[in-house]
Design a protein around this ligand. Structure first.
Ligand code: M6R
Length: 601
């Protein structure tokens, strides 16, 4: 996730762009840049680092003066954060300059085509491909060209484009990434998000899917994919700037929960080609995996172990990163150690990575932050494209980690022949449906809110499940305790009787995660046992599997293949934790004693 901004009007553009980018920095902050239309040339200034570095760079720079410009604050996806990979990206002749928020899935294919036509690339970004592609198709009309280029792009994009031949306009185009346009008394403004524009206007247009708009000082003209002109109405926003940064939500955590469908799509789509999973350069000849990580990333790893073993029949061990180097793991040259981390900076995970490399293992990092230490030091990296996660309690990064494990398991299973092509295709089809199913769960928050209102004063909460449901319970339990401060434990349901059942008393809340058809009956027996000790049971199962007669309360998720249930069951449980913490009046985004990135061992 990145932030883009653009302005055309009568005011000096640089302060407006920098101000807008300041408001978008929450969307990405590893590098930033601006491009200004200055007569018949386009002037670009960009740099690695936070926006403050860019502000210092352009301070007193007389070259960046004008009334038309675009800006970008980056959250790296393709290529590490450095000056060259920063946006804006320029075309070969410098006639076109582009800022981009999104991920181009087919950028390699397009890049190869352009390479064959003699184009050279200086960055590792997917955006440079767009800049060159515009130049390749340009025949004198930037609007026609962008509409044509749009047909070649797969993935998500919101683009702001400057063309030296049309120095008084900005052309914007989008699909699956947001782009809002505002009308202010002295010109027109556009951005990825409303906060960047609130200082200038409160009335906005939303650019629709695959629509294009041309912004000049005096006009905004909208076009559909066939270049038919569109009429649009504005919408009005009353939010204050702080609320706007959170997209109108009260907390970043809720904003990030609702971003999960997009984040999962952006994570899986770059690795799906021609109906198959694809990973560039990822070797296969390993006979043993370790998965090591901390906190929620470790919980994702437990699910990863289960599904890789099920689908690819490779032996996988999970180990907490803080324990890995003391556990004397058995590592050979055929061992792959997978390190999972949102931040890529967690000290214990980094230490586990270094230990594994030292012992001769190959290492694969599943990381959200491009350019982070773990991403740089691992032999292979798969990025979760969740975008910046600000709330301490992870939600969207965790969901994306699961998505990567599904891709890996399907890929390995196919390559090793442990699942046949038909099975792999069925799983992949279902994986592609997961974002829509998450969206469906998010569309029905009221029931979760109601249940939270019944239980927010609980002293202890137990999550029980079997197999993947148990693994999902570990994450649900961590979510609840870290933001609500309620004592909570997750237990493999069959293990309760070996001790923990002693803690169950009248009105203890037990959340029974029962999404596996195979294990459903067994789990219901465990439910009967805790109910007999007076527990109140909240059952979570698939739609159509009425459990009101067995459980005191019920939550439902859409039906999916058993292996994918953790991606769905966690969503209402994230919401449950959120609402419980909210009803307890707690600081949800910054829970006590915790930090977003734990850089001490
Ligand atoms: O950045 P990482 O994924 O390496 O962080 C690992 C844990 O610190 C993290 O998942 C932590 O458990 C979260 N606060 C859970 O919500």
């Amino acid at each position: 996730m990145c932030g883009i901004v653009g302005y055309v009007g009568t005011k000096e553009v640089t302060p407006i762009l920098l101000d807008g980018l300041t408001r978008l920095e929450y969307r990405g902050y590893d590098s930033a840049g601006i491009a200004i239309s200055a007569g018949d040339e386009l002037v670009v200034r960009k740099t690695k680092g936070r926006l403050a570095v860019l502000k210092d760079l352009v301070q007193g720079d007389t070259g960046v003066s004008g009334n038309v410009g675009i800006g970008h604050t980056r959250w790296a996806t393709h290529g590490e954060p450095n000056d060259v990979n920063s946006h804006p990206q320029e075309s070969r002749s410098g006639k076109f300059v582009v800022v981009h928020n999104g991920v181009i899935d087919n950028y390699l294919e397009l890049k190869n085509k352009l390479l064959r036509h003699g184009y050279e690339f200086i960055s590792e970004t997917d955006t440079e491909v767009i800049a060159h592609l515009i130049e390749y198709y340009y025949k004198g009309d930037i609007l026609d060209t962008l509409i044509r280029v749009q047909n070649k792009l797969e993935g998500s994009y919101a683009l702001g484009v400057l063309c030296a031949d049309a120095p008084d306009q900005i052309t914007v185009i989008r699909k699956d990434s947001p782009l809002i346009i505002g009308e202010c008394p002295h010109g027109k403004i556009m951005a990825s998000d409303i906060p960047a524009m609130l200082k200038y206007t409160r009335d906005f247009y939303e650019l629709g899917e695959k629509e294009t708009a041309v912004l000049t000082k005096d006009s905004i003209t909208f076009y559909d994919i066939n270049k038919e002109e569109l009429q649009k109405d504005t919408f009005h926003v009353d939010w204050d700037i702080d609320a706007a940064e959170k997209g109108g939500f009260e907390h970043f955590m809720m904003k990030e929960i609702t971003e999960q469908p997009r984040a999962v799509t952006d994570t899986i789509s770059p690795h799906i080609r021609d109906g198959k999973v694809f990973f560039e350069d990822l070797p296969l000849g390993f006979d043993k995996f370790y998965i090591t990580a901390c906190g929620s990333a470790y919980h994702a790893g437990i699910i990863g172990k289960n599904i890789i073993q099920q689908l690819a029949r490779i032996s996988v061990e999970t180990e907490l990163a803080s324990e890995f180097r003391y556990a004397n793991p058995i590592i050979t040259e055929n061992t792959l150690v997978i390190i999972v981390s949102q931040s890529g900076e967690t000290a214990d995970s980094l230490a586990a990575l270094r230990y594994a490399k030292d012992k001769g293992a190959a290492t694969l990092a599943i990381v959200n932050v491009v350019g982070s230490s773990i991403a740089k030091e691992a032999d292979y990296v798969i990025f979760t494209n969740a975008g910046p996660e600000i709330a301490v309690a992870t939600t969207k990064a965790y969901s994306c980690q699961l998505a990567v494990f599904y891709l890996l398991a399907i890929h390995l299973g196919t390559e090793r022949g442990t699942i046949d092509a038909e099975h792999a295709a069925r799983l992949l089809d279902e994986l592609k449906e997961i974002p829509a199913k998450i969206e469906k769960i998010l569309g029905d928050k009221e029931q979760v809110q109601f249940l939270a209102s019944r239980h927010y004063a609980a002293k202890d909460v137990f999550f029980i499940g079997r197999g993947l449901d148990y693994a999902a319970g570990l994450e649900a339990s961590l979510k609840l305790k870290e933001i609500s401060y309620i004592h909570s434990e997750a237990y493999a349901a069959g293990e309760l009787k070996h001790g923990t059942i002693a803690l169950i008393e009248k009105d203890s809340l037990v959340v029974a995660i029962a999404t596996s058809e195979k294990l459903f009956d067994k789990l219901m027996s465990n439910v009967m046992v805790v109910k007999a000790r007076g527990a109140q049971v909240l059952g979570l199962t698939w739609e159509g599997n009425g459990i009101e007669s067995t459980c005191d309360f019920a939550l439902y998720i859409p039906k999916t293949e058993d292996v994918f249930t953790p991606s769905l069951s966690i969503i209402p449980l994230q919401l449950f934790s959120y609402y419980v913490a909210s009803m307890r009046g707690l600081d949800i985004d910054k829970p006590r004693n915790l930090a977003k990135s734990v850089t001490i061992e």
